[in-house]
Structures are given as structure tokens and as C-alpha cells.
Design a protein around this ligand. Structure first.
Ligand code: GLN
Ligand code: ZN
Length: 747
């Protein structure tokens, strides 16, 4: 080690879809056959050039963080860990086969990336996986930066995280874990690092976000072994980015890595640890003080103070983002409609780069972030919250509610319903665009949407469904729609963030106290109900999901912000009930998304998250049914939280996992003597255009009835139908109604 500081200012990674989503467009054109591989590569090169233009202000520029789809998939390809079913003629074809699947092979599974709304592809690793270094992408992107005269630093997902994020390949022996292959994988990494070194790389960043999670002593042992081997090959900087390294921190330092990048926004306990660990003054530390996960302007005074704390421990300190900037939009300058008081307090990726360089400059500005203006505060909301009872529970226990609800809305066993949205047809999208651009007046747009509601109701009556929905045609998005009508929220014009592959989302910004100024959904639900004698469900998005899919103020605990959103929803629920709505569904598809990465934080999270749901829903009478919907089938870690929502009916995704969720329910308190509410395990996988037949859905329902008892099962699809076409929806729902009738006749 030398006393040279290898990096004074850097970002751990950067948005890679293009400031105007150029890569998204190119990818979609390529997939639909309108753009050949060469055209796609040209578009990608332009996006990379734009990234480098931005990153050039840093003294060390991360490279290799461009991706055609996902950085975990890139890492798998960099070591040739490609499932045999995805191998095609040409790397790009193999890559997209793994990412998206094709006629002959299912894609890799996709799952959420730590506690973010990004989704990565899960590599499949088995005993037969042969690792081999494929450094071409990493080397080419490193050279691209070097050719511009930039001090470039290759970035790769590290070997431990790659395996911890992977799943065993099909047919792996019982007890096999991908991490068992670490020794072999590390040799391929050694080769990659060597090749990068040959191309001129010095410091190389290996991202080990999995070390921000709880790791067993055995896993830590593996980390130590892997890094002891790799430090002999290259100068390695290990980055986490998703909270504290905790128990992994001393292990990494002992292994002799050149440097460590700390998340000093969410992982502040690492700063305390650093002060007590007795580290050498030569340890190189990147202080991640600029938040890579949120869009608030950095408090430069506070950040500089944190950097000083690190400098008190070691002589080699640089300034960085806390995580990759992947999770924030590119440029605040694109937002011309936001209020000035908000703009002054925001910082997107480009602005964050300027903050990083300012902090790295000893003479740079150090001003604190301006405090929130008084106008963002709503004392009435605060007073109401302070007056809420601690428990916020339903007035009657479930058994009593169940009887009252059955009397108010008599339903057959296995009632049939859908999750809320009906297809967003091309005509609907066109009308929305015309309205947004001012080409369609409000009244016309409104009547177009009402006509759609009427058509959706008529269709459901024809299908013979038991509980109807209005179809959500008026909603651009299940979170943005509410954000647009609540105080304390702003929406952006171009604040796109990659969710997965070419898919981007535009999270609203929750900046101030939240309140509802007028009913939001009541007129739509009431109109739908006026058209039918069947019950129509009210349809709302829950507080946790609204938070999870927004950028949220960081000046008070998330729990307090959740309660404010919950209170606004509570008023909406009350108004729906007063308008005669007997069933109100409050969706919480993101309940699991905010679950803390480490187990230690989970109980506290579950407590506030479920309380906020109950604040939103528990004000209703016992004979009003509260439904909830969750979008995933892995329940192990949130099952008790689901029980604590205390909903009367919970619909969940189940068809892809072949109803495995029923076994989870069986083990959990959800199914305990005190808590035996109803469940709608999805019997139709709406993520695929495939139309399931009635027999298959009946078989799934029989499994559910066997596991839960006949009185507790609802028949519904996995999720909303907005991405499907009527050609698929009509026959699938016909089959669903038929399946429910068949199984009903057997009980
Ligand atoms: N009610 C929403 C819909 O049907 C739920 C969507 C979701 O779970 N993501 O579209
Ligand atoms: Zn869903």
C-alpha cells in the first residue's frame, strides 16, 4: 500500500438507460425486429458516451456499469455462467434469451434488488456450471473511458454477491448452495482482473451488496478466502451500497483489500465501527455521503462533517455516492414544472456528481440543505395523527366481521373476482395521451373513461363474476394517480428510473405533509355500482406501496410519513363506505419491498407498516369487508405482517409457484386459530399471454380448498389485468368462473 489516495471523488455507478431513455427505445425496437444488433450497439455507444460526458467531472470514473439489461446478468456472462438453455448463436442473442426468454426457453427468474424497486435476474448456478473469464465487455468499456483520457475504474458485481444472489440450477443435489462454487468462481474472477490489469486498470471496484445483509460465520469465512486470493491479483475496492457492512467490515479489511466504499447514508453504523476497529491509517475509505437512493439535495455541511470523521481514522479518504446512482433520475434540469422551493431542495444524478466533486474539493461549498418551508407543514394532519389510538384496530374480531359481511353481501363459496384493473387498451392510452397534451378536454376524457367503466361492468356481468371492479381506466399508475390528488406530493416530467430491463418508472416525490383535499375514487366506484346489482369493490393503493414507489422525504421517520398517507386513505375509505361500498380493496403489492435487508430491522418495520395499513382501513363498520392484494408468492419473511394487516380477504400471487404459498400460510400465524381469514391464491398467471384452461384452474382451486377449507377460498387471477389483452382476458375469466363452479359443486 502507498499513501496515494487512489480516488478523491467518484460515484459507485450511474443511470444507464439514457437521459431520454434512448436505450429503452433502442432495446424495444431491437426486440420487435425493427432495429438490428448493429443499430442497437450504436444506440448503446451513444448512451455510454453520454454517461462518460457526465462522469468526466469525477477524478475516478466507474466503467462497466452500462448494461443492456441488468448488471447481475452482466456479471454472470462475464464468467460464462450461462444456463445451457440460453446459449444461442452470438452473445447478445444468448444474453436476451436469458433476460427475456424465447419460444424455446424460459428466462431467468427476476426478483427485487435489496430494498429497492430495481429487479435483477437470478443466475442459475449448479455443480455443472463451468466458469470461464469473458472480460470483453468490461475491458471494452474500460478502454472507452481511457481513450478519452479519463482515470477509469472498472466495476463488477463481486463473486460472493453473485453467488449469494444466484439460485441452484435445476437438478442440483439436495443441500447444494451456489456459494459452494466460490473457489472455482474466484479463479475466473482472478482471470478477469488480470485481463483488466493488462488493459491498464489499476483500482477495480467489486460490488458486494450481499455483504450488507446478515451473513453467517461460514459465509464470512468464504468472503475472507475469496478476497485473500483476489488481493494478490489486483487492487480491489469493495463497495456495498445497501446499508452497513456490519460483521463483514472487519473481514474485508483483514483480507487486505485496497479500499472499502461505505454507505454512510443507510449504513452509518459502519462509521462508528470504523472508529473502534483500530484500522490502519493507510486504509483507503470511500465515504459514501451523497445519497444514491433518494433525490434530496445533500446537506454539504453534514456530509463534510462525516468525511472529517473518516479522515480522523485514516489518511486515505475519498468522497462518493452511498450506492450506485442507478436509483435516481438523470437530470433535474429536465424538470421545468416543479415549484421553485422544491427544485432548490432536489438533486438528481448529474447534480449529485457536482455535490461529490464539491465535497472532494477542500475549498468547495459547505452549505447545509435549506430547511423545509413552513408551507409544507400541515398542523391539522399532525394534530389528527397525534390523537390516533396506538393500536388503530378494527372494531370487531374477524369471526364477527365475517358473519356480518356474509349477511350484508351473500356470496357463494369460492367467490370469483379480479384484482382491479382491466386491459389498458390502445384507445385508452391514446385518450390519456391526448388529454395530457391538452388535445382532449376534461369533459370528453371523463366521459370516455365512464364509457370504459360501463363496458367493463357489462363484460363482468356477462362473464358471471361475483364481485366486480370498475377496471381502473382513469388511473395512469396505481401510485401516481393518488399522488396527483394528495397534498405534499409532486410528480416529475422525466424523472425516470430503471425498474428492470427496458422498464422505467417515474416515482412521485413526497416532500411535505400529506392530506386529501377531496374524495378521489368515490365517484368512479359509485358510478360503477350504479350500473349493476352485483357488489363492486372500491379500489385503493395502500400507504406502504405509495411510499415504496415514491421518493420520500428523509427529514422524519418513514413510519410518520406512512401514517400521514394512511390518514388520507382512511378518509377515502370512510367516504367509500358512506357511499354504500360494501367491499374495499387496499392494495399493498410492495409490502415486502421495504422489508429491511437485515433481520434486526424487520420487526420494527412490520409494526409500522401494518399499523399504517390498519390506520387506513380499520375505521370501517364490521360489515364492510376490507380486501388486500399482494403481488408476490414468497411469503416466508412477511407472513406475520400479512396477518397483522387484519384484512378480511387477501389475494396473492400463487400460480407460478404452483400454489406453494399455501404451505407457507399453513405454517404461519396467518392460519392460526385466532386468525383464519379468507385467501384468494391467484389461479391464472397474468404475466404471460397464455390462456389457462378451466381444468387447470379448477385443480389449483382444489389444492387451495384442501389446504384452507372450502369457506376461506376466493377464485381470482394473480394480479391486475392492465397489461393483458381482451383476447386473453375473456377466455381466461370464462375458465375461471367455470372452474369455481366446478369446484363449488364438489364441496
Ligand atoms: N389493483 C391493481 C390492479 O389491478 C393492483 C396492481 C398491483 O398489484 N400491482 O392493477
Ligand atoms: Zn398484483
Amino acid at each position: 500500500m502507498t499513501n496515494r489516495i487512489p480516488v478523491r471523488s467518484t460515484a459507485l455507478g450511474y443511470p444507464r438507460i439514457g437521459s431520454r431513455r434512448e436505450l429503452k427505445r433502442a432495446l424495444e425496437a431491437h426486440w420487435s425486429g425493427r432495429l438490428d444488433a448493429e443499430g442497437l450497439e450504436r444506440a448503446a455507444a451513444a448512451v455510454r458516451a453520454e454517461m462518460l460526458d457526465d462522469l468526466a467531472v469525477l477524478d475516478s470514473v466507474p466503467t462497466g456499469c452500462f448494461s443492456f439489461y441488468d448488471h447481475v446478468l452482466d456479471a454472470a456472462f462475464a464468467v460464462d455462467a450461462v444456463a445451457p438453455r440460453h446459449r444461442r448463436d452470438g452473445d447478445l442473442a444468448s444474453y436476451f434469451a436469458a433476460a427475456r426468454g424465447d419460444a424455446s426457453a424460459a428466462p431467468l427468474e427476476m426478483t427485487k434488488w435489496f430494498d429497492t424497486n430495481y429487479h435483477y435476474l437470478v443466475p442459475e448456478i449448479g455443480l455443472a456450471t463451468v466458469f470461464a473469464a469473458r472480460p470483453e465487455k468490461a475491458v471494452a468499456e474500460f478502454r472507452e473511458a481511457r481513450e478519452r483520457g479519463l482515470d477509469a475504474r472498472p466495476v463488477l458485481v463481486g463473486p460472493v454477491s453473485l453467488l449469494l444472489l444466484a439460485k441452484p440450477a435445476d437438478g442440483s443435489p439436495e443441500g447444494f448452495r451456489p456459494l459452494d462454487r466460490l473457489g472455482d468462481l474466484v479463479e475466473a474472477y482472478a482471470e478477469l482482473l488480470t485481463e483488466l490489469g493488462r488493459a491498464g486498470a489499476g483500482l477495480i471496484q467489486l460490488d458486494e451488496p450481499a455483504l450488507c445483509g446478515d451473513r453467517s460465520p461460514e459465509e464470512l469465512e468464504a468472503v475472507a478466502g475469496a478476497y485473500r486470493r483476489l488481493v494478490g491479483v489486483a487492487e480491489i475496492l469493495v463497495a456495498g451500497g445497501y446499508g452497513p457492512f456490519g460483521e463483514s467490515l472487519p473481514v474485508l479489511l483483514d483480507a487486505g483489500v485496497e479500499g472499502i466504499a461505505l454507505d454512510l447514508v443507510r449504513g452509518r453504523s459502519d462509521l462508528d465501527a470504523l472508529e473502534t476497529l483500530n484500522v490502519s491509517r493507510e486504509t483507503f475509505v470511500l465515504a459514501g455521503v451523497v445519497d444514491g437512493r433518494n433525490i434530496w439535495r445533500t446537506d454539504l455541511a453534514a456530509a463534510a462533517a462525516d468525511v472529517e470523521r473518516v479522515k480522523a481514522v485514516t489518511d486515505r479518504v475519498g468522497v462518493a455516492s452511498s450506492s450506485s446512482l442507478l436509483h435516481v433520475p438523470v437530470d433535474l434540469a429536465a424538470e421545468t414544472e416543479l415549484p421553485a422551493a422544491l427544485v432548490e431542495r432536489l438533486s438528481f444524478a448529474r447534480q449529485k456528481l457536482a455535490e461529490i466533486t464539491a465535497l472532494a474539493d477542500p475549498d468547495g461549498p459547505r452549505e447545509p440543505r435549506p430547511a423545509a418551508p413552513d408551507s409544507w407543514r400541515d398542523d391539522a394532519v399532525r394534530a389528527r395523527l397525534a390523537g390516533l389510538p396506538e393500536d388503530a384496530d378494527r372494531r370487531a374480531p374477524y369471526a364477527e366481521r365475517r358473519a356480518a359481511q356474509a349477511e350484508r353481501v351473500p356470496l357463494p363459496p369460492l367467490p370469483t373476482t379480479t384484482i382491479g384493473s382491466f386491459p389498458q387498451t390502445a384507445e385508452l392510452r391514446k385518450a390519456r395521451a391526448a388529454h395530457r397534451q391538452g388535445l382532449m378536454i376534461d369533459a370528453d376524457y371523463h366521459s370516455r373513461m365512464r364509457a370504459e367503466v360501463a363496458a367493463v361492468i357489462a363484460e363482468q356481468e356477462k362473464l358471471g363474476l361475483d364481485v366486480l371492479v370498475h377496471g381502473e381506466p382513469e388511473r395512469n399508475d396505481m401510485v401516481q394517480y393518488f399522488a396527483e390528488q394528495l397534498t405534499g406530493f409532486a410528480t416529475t416530467a422525466a424523472g425516470w428510473v430503471q425498474s428492470y430491463g427496458s422498464r422505467c418508472v417515474r416515482p412521485p416525490i413526497l416532500y411535505g405533509d400529506v392530506a386529501r383535499t377531496a374524495p378521489i375514487t368515490v365517484a368512479w366506484t359509485s358510478y360503477a355500482q350504479s350500473l349493476t346489482d352485483k357488489p363492486v369493490k372500491g379500489m385503493l393503493t395502500g400507504p406502504v406501496t405509495i411510499l415504496a414507489w415514491s421518493f420520500v422525504r428523509d427529514d422524519q421517520p418513514l413510519a410518520d410519513t406512512a401514517d400521514q398517507v394512511a390518514l388520507a386513505l382512511r378518509d377515502e375509505v370512510a367516504d367509500l363506505e358512506a357511499a354504500g361500498t360494501a367491499i374495499i380493496q387496499v392494495d399493498e403489492p410492495a409490502l415486502r419491498e421495504l422489508l429491511p435487508v437485515r433481520a434486526a430491522g424487520r420487526a420494527a418495520y412490520a409494526a409500522w407498516a401494518t399499523r399504517s395499513f390498519r390506520i387506513a382501513t380499520a375505521g370501517v363498520r364490521p360489515d364492510t369487508a376490507i380486501h388486500t392484494h399482494l403481488c408476490y408468492s414468497e411469503f416466508g419473511d412477511v407472513i406475520d405482517a400479512i396477518a397483522a394487516l387484519d384484512a378480511d380477504v387477501t389475494s396473492i400471487e400463487a400460480s407460478r409457484s404452483k400454489m406453494e404459498v399455501l404451505a407457507d400460510l399453513d405454517r404461519a400465524s396467518y392460519n392460526s386459530a385466532e386468525f383464519r381469514s379468507a385467501v384468494g391464491p391467484g389461479v391464472w398467471d397474468i404475466h404471460s399471454p397464455r390462456v389457462p384452461d378451466a381444468a387447470e384452474m379448477a385443480a389449483a382451486l382444489r389444492l387451495a380448498v384442501a389446504a384452507l377449507g372450502p369457506g376461506r377460498v376466493w377464485a381470482n387471477p394473480d394480479c391486475g389485468l392492465k397489461t393483458r389483452r381482451y383476447e386473453e382476458v375473456v377466455p381466461s375469466l370464462e375458465g375461471l368462473v367455470e372452474a369455481a363452479r366446478t369446484v363449488r359443486s364438489e364441496i
